[in-house]
Design a binder for this molecule. Sequence first.
Ligand code: ATP
Ligand code: MG
Ligand code: MG
Ligand code: MG
Length: 469
Amino acid sequence: KRLSAQEIRDSFKSYFAERGHLVFPSASLVPHDDPTLLWINAGMAPLKPYFDGREIPERARIVSVQKCIRTNDIENVGYTARHQTMFEMLGNFSFGDYFKRDAIRWAWGYLTEVLELEPERLYATVHHEDQEAYDIWHQEIGLPKERIVLGDEDNFWEIGEGPCGPCSEIYYDRGREFGCGSPDCKPGCDCDRFLEIWNLVFTQFNKEPDGSYTPLPKKNIDTGMGLERIASVLQGVPNNFETDLFRPIIAEAERVAGVPYGVDAGRDVHFKIIADHLRTVVFAVGDGVLPGNEGRSYIIRRLLRRAVRSGRKLGVERPFLHELAPAVAEAMGVEYPEVAEKLEFIQRVVRTEEERFLETLSEGEALLQETLERLAAQGDRVLSGQDAFRLYDTFGFPIDLTEEIAREHGISVDRDGFQRALDAQRERARAARQTAEGMNSERGVLETLTVESRFVGYDQLVTDSRVIA
Ligand code: ATP
Ligand code: MG
Ligand code: MG
Ligand code: MG
């Protein structure tokens, strides 16, 4: 069945609402009251207080479509068919209510009856000790043994101590032509044949400080399906970026760059990076994160700079990302009207940051180029931490960008040396702050934008939108 992303979101919410779930709106990308997390990275993340029992949910069943950021996937973006830095997780959750049987049956029901996926293309992975889940898949759902894959660590979900348990992942077979051809190719293989679409986590144990697992009195269900991945399947496209979630953004990038997507694989990588990173930046700024030098702010700065650099690879030398922001609002606006509402502000932030970066980028790139050529001529294969730091400090080059450019010349970067230089500078800055007031690196951005009061307003809005629908 061919469905738009919006139709998928809506059908997912209705399917689970019909089964007693409360529809929960997406929380902000910025975690609320959770110092352990930089970004909301899963549908369950904003629901943690319900999972660990700190708070009692209004209903024991919740369904949500949650925007998520995962920075660990930055390097994958553009290169795999299935990763973005920001994605949406469709999730159903049970807090001490239903467990494995219903979680599996409903996942299967939604995929085969609502989305009408061919059952023959679906596979499930099961933890090798989870006989209960195996039996449900095999005996109740009727999934043949050949399409149940047993796993170990990949099928057990835990973070340190606390609630944890086995999980069962559902994979979609895109067909042999997407495969790597290896006889061992099966779900979990890194090629594009078997696409992991949905993870069902069965939280049934508590990991104790001594490392043992005790059964939880109240078992939970936590599931997550990637919207872009399921959309790519339903829309019959080879990767997430060719779904209706990204096409309008890529189309704008094509217009600005004056070169087409889909002709040259190397160029497509840059279209994907631009579309992905810009989308993440737009949403993060919308949720109140401004580009800067620390924590979340630094990630946003880094994503924006990577997108600028990809733009240059497509031949765009002027600030252009802010022009693409309306396409993000267009692609995502029905579910997230706040993006369109804050568009003007977001565009201003993006534009200011782009302009600053472009100014220093050309100078820095010339210097780096020169240094790399000198090293290559000397037969040296490592760029010193000091040189990398100077690029970072004077020209605003994120270290990964320096590494990327260096790698293109077959040269690596002394990361430890860079880190030492960075730490030393931070120490100097801390000392300086104690004597002279103010002047932190983000102040400049805030001053040019003069948006502090509105910024607080948005933060407020974001907090308010957590109210249950
Ligand atoms: P993968 O193995 O493909 O990296 P994962 O096992 O890390 O995925 P989970 O933590 O199980 O992913 O998250 C649940 C679901 O969220 C995945 O099955 C997938 O559909 C989706 N998902 C996870 N990471 C991303 C990402 N970076 N971009 C898009 N979708 C994602
Ligand atoms: Mg992953
Ligand atoms: Mg996985
Ligand atoms: Mg997974």
